[in-house]
Write a protein that binds this ligand. Structure first.
Ligand code: ATP
Length: 544
């Protein structure tokens, strides 16, 4: 915008106006001073000085009032401005303070970051870590960062073990029931089971919640909550402790379950002999025909039990409780092998199918199978049988491939697997128990003979009491007769005459005897039809 041009006449007029205004103002000032002089009676210099001083003082007062009011206004507007500037500064200082007050746990943070369990920008807070010294190592109790869970640690347990300078075998992980972020990690400072742990007492076994299989790496009892609806396959190379483990397991079952029917097939001939006295049937044999006959017997019991379950459902009654039955086979692989002949192959096929059926049907009928094999080769136990086992255990084997035979083909894809090939083969009886998707390193019990005999004798005495107290019946009569004669087996013809059956036709006579005894006949030595003492006793004891 340009300046407006001024007219020359207008400038002289302005000067004239301003001079007139100045003369007017001087006259007014002179008048005011004269009035003050007259009023106060002062000399002219004093009047001028006093008036000038008063005007300066008034000006200063006005300036103070003005700046005071300005400051007041400014203070009212200030907080909003301050807040926007101060908030980030305050948050930063709190965060800095937190980092300073709660430092990261250096060992765990470094181990978990490098193992890939937590991110590089995450930490394990030192105030959320407790480290306790245990007998054989250290137990770390800590919380993983928010947004992570126990599973993140479990998935990388092998890598974490490596960060601690040990192997997966040296670690044990436990989760909390209260908090998904809580982790209890045990890190052993020496190989597992380097020191022997004494076998548990009867009281400790009774107090255990379930059936104990062995000790874990810190010497605590480990097992399964129940053997109902479950079966177990145990693999491991020769002389690794399978038979000792299963002897311990039977002893614990006798204590935990009290009473059950035990069917033992001792392919090793002397591995399970201690329990013969109380077994419903004990066979020391590696003949597949013997296995088949036991499977027939047990599958018969399964059918009987299923019949009772169906009956109960049809008649809207509660499902009956059955006496537990355990079928334990040592050196099981021998029974699935064939001798190369067509007949041998056919028998092997039938044995495999019957074993599969038994293990599969055990779920509802309370008949559990335990099989041991020292030959965990791919085809030693048919896949259709292997796949049915709920619980798996593998002692030392030379390779991961053989471990898969016992633990399952997909075992090494499970969470935190333990490789049985890494076990120290000099420490007998240790193995990986895989139950309900969790792997635990355990060492089976090595009970003294005295302890096992004491448990067996206790069970035998109880069995005899039940027999004595049973009401008189043809079955009881047959048992007493066979016991008095010291016989394990009696032909149908002999039993018929002892029970007063005069029928001469063998078929009708057989039917009558079977009806009286409530047990189907079987074949004895030399193919003679008749009854086993063990079968009659088992039927009397179980009331079936
Ligand atoms: N938990 C254990 N503690 C101490 N020693 C044990 C343990 N388990 C097994 N042993 C010892 O290891 C040896 C082999 O045990 P066992 O006979 O049970 O092995 P196995 O695997 O059944 O052998 P095989 O397959 O050759 O029949 C035995 O001398 C036994 O005393």
């Amino acid at each position: 915008m340009g300046k407006r041009k001024q007219h020359p006449g207008q400038a002289s007029e302005d000067a004239y106006g301003q001079a007139a205004g100045a003369i007017g103002a001087l006259v007014i000032v002179f008048g005011i001073l004269a009035a003050i002089k007259t009023k106060l009676g002062l000399s002219w210099p004093a009047t001028v000085l006093l008036t000038a001083g008063s005007l300066v003082a008034l000006g200063y007062l006005a300036w103070r009032i003005r700046t005071g009011v300005k400051r007041l206004w400014a203070r009212e507007e200030q907080p909003a401005v301050m807040r926007s500037q101060e908030v980030p500064a305050t948050a930063t200082s709190v965060a800095e303070e937190a980092v300073q007050v709660v430092p990261a746990h250096p060992e765990l943070t470094a181990a978990l970051v490098t193992a890939g369990t937590i991110g590089k920008d995450e930490v394990i807070r030192a105030d959320e870590v407790t480290v306790t010294a245990v007998r054989t190592g250290k137990r770390y109790d800590f919380l993983v960062p928010k947004g992570r869970t126990y599973m993140d640690v479990e998935k990388r347990l092998g890598n974490i073990a490596g960060m601690f300078g040990v192997t997966r075998l040296h670690t044990k992980l436990e989760r909390s029931r209260q908090n998904e972020r809580r982790v209890q990690l045990l890190v052993l400072d020496e190989p597992p089971f380097s020191r022997p742990v004494p076998a548990p007492t009867r009281q400790e076994i009774v107090a255990f919640n379930g059936v104990p299989f062995g000790h874990d790496v810190v010497g605590e009892l480990v097992g399964v909550p129940t053997f109902d609806k479950a079966s177990l396959l145990v693999g491991g190379m020769t002389q690794m402790g399978k038979t000792t483990l299963v002897n311990g397991l039977i002893t614990c079952l006798l204590i935990a379950y009290g009473d059950f029917d035990l069917y033992l097939l001792d392919g090793k001939h002397c591995g399970l002999t201690r329990f013969e006295k109380i077994a419903a049937r004990y066979e020391a044999s590696d003949d597949p025909a013997v296995m088949e006959s036991m499977l027939d017997k047990l599958n018969g019991r399964v059918e009987q039990r299923y019949g009772k379950i169906q009956d109960a459902i049809r008649n809207r009654r509660p499902i009956p409780m059955f006496k537990p039955v355990f079928f334990i086979v040592d050196e099981a692989a021998d029974f699935f092998a064939d001798n190369g002949t067509p007949a041998g192959k056919e028998r092997a096929r039938k044995v495999a199918e019957k074993a599969r059926s038994l293990v599969a049907k055990a779920l509802e009928s309370e008949i559990s199978t335990v099989m041991l094999t020292q030959r965990p080769a791919q085809n030693a136990i048919p896949v259709m049988v292997r796949d049915q086992f709920l619980y798996r255990m593998c002692l030392y084997v030379a390779s991961e491939g053989t471990a898969k035979v016992a633990l399952g083909d997909t075992y090494f894809e499970t969470v935190a697997p333990i490789s049985p090939a890494l076990l120290d083969s000099n420490i007998k009886g240790q193995g990986v128990l895989f139950a309900h998707g969790v792997s635990t390193l355990i060492r089976g019990f090595n009970f003294t003979d005295e302890f096992i005999w004491e448990v067996v004798d206790g069970v035998h005495d109880r069995q005899q009491q039940v027999l004595e107290q049973a009401p008189v019946s043809p079955r009881k009569q047959a048992i007493e007769l066979m016991q008095s004669k010291g016989l394990d087996f009696m032909s149908t013809a002999d039993l018929a005459s002892a029970l007063g059956i005069t029928e001469t036709d063998p078929v009708n006579r057989g039917k009558k005897v079977s009806r009286l005894l409530g047990v189907p006949a079987g074949k004895g030595p030399k193919g003679v039809r008749g009854y086993r003492l063990a079968d009659l006793t088992a039927a009397l004891m179980s009331g079936s």
